[in-house]
Design a protein around this ligand. Structure first.
Ligand SMILES: Nc1ncnc2c1ncn2[C@@H]1O[C@H](COP(=O)(O)OP(=O)(O)OP(=O)(O)O)[C@@H](O)[C@H]1O
Ligand SMILES: [Mg+2]
Length: 411
């Protein structure tokens, strides 16, 4: 990146099913992130969080990046990118190692994490994250930062996230085709959790749910660490589709009607309010009550929330999330959703937007940007680029070298 000091710029690229957003943040002296540029472009090449059309995705990424570069007055060379999709799996694992020299060193921590990652995973899946939950030194549990502590035996509990090799490769391919390096691939809901959750919520136990266009992503935190992640391939696009089918109206109108008039709770619409619905072909528009619209929307949201509730129950953490549920993502803005969700989950629910950053609040302070803002916060915490390591892990070393070569040749 030119113009500004390279080291102080962070870039997040949220590759969503509905939109691609590129956010540029500047790291201030007090470690705060100020958003200085944002570019968004409708996403055309993804289905349910997965790239299905490389060419369209590349074009959308390029547009979003160019817009962000223009606004921030910088050149973007590398990004932290989000990844989602129902190919994502997660599991908790455990590793043990001997402490070499009485005091725990970084090498001991690396070894114990390596031991924890030694789990059989399907051949078409690759590890995306190994997230330490806690360390145990000689039966002393709950250690967050083991380096420097004394003991004989070091154990680690970790949360492992894996994803389909091809899905990760395609995301990287699209970004590389834009002449950009990937510093890291970050699970979308992990990223959103950085932006919308407070530390106290993570300590107390909380379930964050990002309802986007193509996927709904869930993550559970207790005692300050991530415990469970899941992806459900139902989200806002399904609601739009239901409206299009039930009201016999083209999808683009269904989307407009949804955003302007829909409600996830029928009982909130019982005042006889009417809306106008454009018809297909040259038939004349019809009038319809808002209540009838809500009757289409409510069952789909209810189904989704029930699936999420079952997932939370299955994970075994339902009784441990005392902080309740935090909904984010574009489709979480539906009127009446919080009340419906409280009814399904039987616990407190709130709508969460990106917090903890400054600058461009009027644009960024929107639940659709939770993943993008979270990517910047993740990047701040993990300053070392994992790009080359990731490329090797995903069998993309050649591509990496090519992308770099192309890039160096052009600038
Ligand atoms: N005010 C609103 N009320 C209801 N739904 C909304 C509203 N605004 C946007 N949406 C819906 O939010 C969805 C887009 O959300 P978002 O931008 O978070 O998705 P995405 O990140 O692109 O997709 P995904 O995360 O699933 O890959 C669309 O389905 C859109 O219809
Ligand atoms: Mg999203």
């Amino acid at each position: 990146m030119s113009r500004r000091n390279d080291k102080n710029l962070l870039v997040g690229l949220d590759i969503g099913t509905s939109k691609i957003a590129c956010l540029v943040g500047e790291l201030k002296d007090d470690d705060q992130i100020e958003i200085i540029g944002i570019g968004t472009h409708p996403s055309r090449g993804l289905k349910k969080g997965v790239v299905v059309d490389i060419e369209s995705t590349v074009q959308s990424i390029q547009r979003a990046v160019e817009e962000a570069e223009l606004m921030a007055g910088c050149e973007i060379h590398s990004v932290h990118a989000g990844i989602a999709g129902s190919h994502v799996r997660s599991l908790n694992s455990h590793g043990i190692t001997a402490i070499k020299e009485v005091e725990v060193s970084q090498a001991d921590v690396d070894r114990v994490i390596d031991a924890a990652r030694a789990v059989a995973i399907p051949a078409d899946q690759k590890i995306l994250h190994i997230l330490p939950q806690e360390f145990i030194i000689d039966d002393q549990e709950g250690i967050r930062e083991p380096i420097g502590m004394c003991g004989v035996r070091l154990e680690a509990r970790v949360h492992m996230v894996t994803g389909a090799l091809s899905a990760a490769q395609n995301v990287i391919k699209c970004i590389s085709r834009c002449g950009l390096d990937v510093d890291d691939l970050v699970l979308a809901q992990l990223s959103s959790s950085y932006a919308v959750l407070g530390e106290d919520e993570k300590e107390l136990g909380v379930c964050v749910i990002d309802i986007g266009g193509g996927t709904t992503d869930l993550a559970v935190f207790t005692d300050g660490a991530i415990r469970h992640t899941a992806v459900i391939p139902i989200a806002g696009d399904q609601v739009t589709n239901d409206i299009a089918v039930a009201l016999r109206t083209p999808t683009q109108y269904a989307e407009q009607i949804k955003i302007q008039h829909a409600c996830a709770l029928t009982q909130l619409t019982a005042n006889g309010e009417m809306i106008e619905v454009p018809s297909i072909g040259d038939r004349s528009p019809r009038r319809l009550s808002r209540q009838a619209l809500a009757e289409v929307v409510e069952p789909r949201y209810e189904e989704l929330l029930t699936l999420l509730h079952n997932e939370l129950r299955r994970s075994g953490f339902e009784d441990l999330v005392a902080g309740g549920v935090v909904l984010t993502g574009g489709s979480a803005q539906m009127q009446g959703l919080i009340e419906l969700a409280e009814d399904v989950f039987q616990m407190p629910v709130r709508l969460g937007g990106p917090q903890h950053v400054i600058g461009m609040e009027e644009v960024v302070n929107n639940p659709i940007h939770s993943t993008g803002v979270g990517l910047l916060m993740y990047a701040r915490q993990h300053r070392v680029s994992r790009g080359p390591e990731l490329a090797e892990h995903l069998g993309l070393k050649g591509l990496w070298a090519r992308a770099r070569g192309w890039f160096q040749g052009n600038f």
